[in-house]
Design a protein around this ligand. Structure first.
Ligand code: ATP
Ligand code: MG
Length: 458
């Protein structure tokens, strides 16, 4: 095992051993190494107290940052390579469900491992003596591909409910199976997830959505009830029949099916997850008995915005996802002017994502509909891409004139009329980009002003 460890990690262990301190590689590092993937970060556990760790590494000439000294963690940099070193510890009660209210340092690695979430994360390796410490059979579970809580699952999840999301996320990342008692521990404690901070939930949700086995993650989030607690609005679509021959699935089942066709992009996956969020609230039935969902894309965009804000996603993500939801009902019969307007509304840097969202949504319709419109859809995408490639007027600032020109032609002071005229001209240019010349636009200023009832006064 030592051979596979980065030499910086081994150096850190040696230095601690020279000072008669224990040093174990723990957590995700050792787990990922055994699985053959390269770990994201390296954690060591030691019986040295944080101040001692600081002293040992500073004296040896390494850079040290006391990252979480209150929780016993010091980060040392060996040739610029960060290694987190944490003193053996246990945690007291989790009052606010965020951080343990207090930590206690303990003497042995076994006690430290017992406070960890899953057996595959509660595994330690001492590279100096070449010994594993594996009191919960983490290696067996790693080999079998099982996520199992350390100790009593219910107790562990009620201590820190985020572990439920971590368990699902690990299953999705590693393609592992959630052991039955662990899964039922989640089912019975799912409601507690509401006490966890939105940021921590968001981070785990994002990682689950981007995981290699993300469909497994979604299936687990749904079957344990966690999904409906994180995004209660999704529950409205569960088993909600669409009464339409284009749909073979109810609303949420259609959404989950559409997720299967998404590429690994967080904004696309969030957009597809939320694209029909407002359908149940917009439902009506025509005289022929068919279901309709008029306006669900607009209401959906507003709901998506609220949901993502609640989960503390950043402004850019919220904006882009809600545009994707708002525009997901692409009309394949749209002509070139409609396409230019679409590009103007969406922005050219989001168009490819929109096509991908539409494609995923489309492929999750009835087989009959997919077969009927596949060619139309492909041709639509080609035409839209051609316009993007060959034209360059997609934002109002690409207009060949601006507000100063309007003021100069009309000889007036700035006022709302300027914006209204520019918008009209912009629409004319979207209908026919050849009009985007000063020769065409300048004379149109006065004509439009008069059409708008402008008489030279404000
Ligand atoms: P990754 O780094 O891929 O996210 P990880 O398992 O290393 O996975 P970290 O957040 O780096 O996750 O945590 C390091 C270790 O700390 C874990 O392997 C686990 O042993 C322990 N741990 C982390 N979070 C918790 C928690 N909420 N409850 C109990 N133990 C935890
Ligand atoms: Mg880690």
């Amino acid at each position: 095992m030592r051979i596979a460890l980065p030499k910086e990690v081994v150096t850190a262990c040696h230095l601690l051993a020279e000072h008669h301190k224990q040093a174990f590689v723990v957590g995700g590092g050792i787990r990922d190494l055994i699985l053959g993937s390269f770990p994201q970060d390296w954690d060591l556990a030691t019986d040295a107290r944080p101040q001692e760790v600081e002293e040992i590494f500073t004296r040896a000439g390494f850079k040290v940052i006391p990252t979480g000294i209150r929780f016993g963690t010091v980060t040392v940099f060996i040739s610029g390579f960060p290694v987190e070193i944490t003193t053996f510890r246990v945690e007291s009660s989790y009052h606010d469900f965020r951080r343990p209210s207090k930590v206690y340092f303990v003497e042995g690695i076994e006690e430290d491992l017992a406070r960890r979430d899953f057996t595959i994360n509660a595994l330690a390796y001492d590279p100096i003596r070449s010994v594993f410490c594996d009191p919960f059979d983490g290696r067996r579970d790693l080999l079998k591909g099982i996520i199992r809580a350390v100790g009593d699952p219910e107790e562990r999840f009620s201590e820190d409910p985020l572990r439920m999301m971590r368990g699902v996320r690990l299953a999705a990342e590693l393609g592992f199976h959630l052991e039955d008692r662990t899964k039922h521990g989640i089912v019975r404690n799912a409601e507690l997830i509401c006490r966890v901070s939105a940021e921590r939930i968001r981070d785990e949700l994002s990682r689950t959505l981007l995981a290699l086995h993300f469909m497994k993650g979604l299936q687990l989030l749904t079957s344990t009830g966690l999904l409906f607690l994180i995004i209660p609005e999704l529950r409205e679509g569960w088993l909600f029949s669409q009464y339409h021959p284009s749909h073979q699935y109810p609303v949420l089942e259609h959404t989950l099916e559409a997720m299967r066709y998404t590429p690994s992009s967080l904004e696309v996956r969030l957009a597809v997850l939320l694209h029909d969020i407002a359908k149940p609230r917009c439902f009506s039935r025509g005289e022929d008995g068919r279901g309709h969902f008029y306006g669900h894309e607009k209401m959906g965009a507003r709901m998506a915005e609220q949901i993502l804000r609640r989960l503390r996603y950043n402004t850019q993500m919220i904006k882009r996802v809600s545009v994707l939801v708002r525009e997901h009902m692409l009309d394949l019969k749209m002509g070139p002017a409609g396409m230019r307007r679409l590009i103007a509304r969406v922005g050219r840097d989001l168009i490819e994502e929109l096509l991908v969202v539409r494609e995923a949504d489309f492929l999750a319709h009835s087989r009959e509909l997919v077969l009927r419109y596949l060619v139309d859809f492909e041709q639509f995408c080609e035409k839209l891409r051609k316009i993007i490639r060959e034209e360059n007027t997609f934002e109002m600032r690409d207009l060949a004139i601006d507000g100063t020109d309007v003021l100069a032609v009309l000889g007036c002071r700035p006022g709302p009329i300027v914006g209204r005229i520019l918008k009209k001209l912009w629409n004319e240019v979207l209908d026919d980009p050849a009009r985007n010349t000063r020769e065409y636009l300048l004379p149109r200023i006065r004509e439009i002003a008069e059409e708008l009832g402008w008489k030279g006064d404000f």
